[in-house]
Structures are given as C-alpha cells and as structure tokens.
Design a protein around this ligand. Sequence first.
Ligand code: FES
Length: 82
Amino acid sequence: MDGTVEIRVNGSWERVVAGCTVAAALLNLGHMVLRRSVQGEGRSALCGMGVCFECRVRIDGVPGRRACMEPVREGMDVVAGD
Ligand code: FES
C-alpha cells in the first residue's frame, strides 16, 4: 500500500489519497462542480459536514450521495457534475 486508492471519476481512473472523502478527492483532482442545480448551475461542496447537500454525486450508480460524507474506496465509481 502506498497510501492511495484508485477510483473512477466520470469514466477516468484516478489515484487519490486513501482515507479522504470523495469530496476532497474530487476537489483535489480539480472537479469543482460536483452537481448541477435544476437550472443547470454548477454546485460544489459548501459545508463539508453533511448538512447542505450541495455535494451530491453518483457513487457506484446510486445518485444523491453526499461526497463529503463518503470515504474513498478502491474501485469506487463516481460521477460528478451531472
Ligand atoms: S458539502 Fe455540505 S453536505 Fe456535503
């Protein structure tokens, strides 16, 4: 183990820091837009502690998961910005 795990983000495999949240991993990779509002505006993590729901992404096919509350796992499939 080198302290990283590999996750798939919007179809691309990325190596990220093990133990961090999905939100931290995505922001560190430069994915600033985690979801879209009904009007199509880009939204991103705001509170970082599970309250605002602005960080919702699709994880392993399940929509609406709060990225700030989910630790990364090897092989996780994340879709952000949809
Ligand atoms: S950033 Fe607020 S719930 Fe995730």
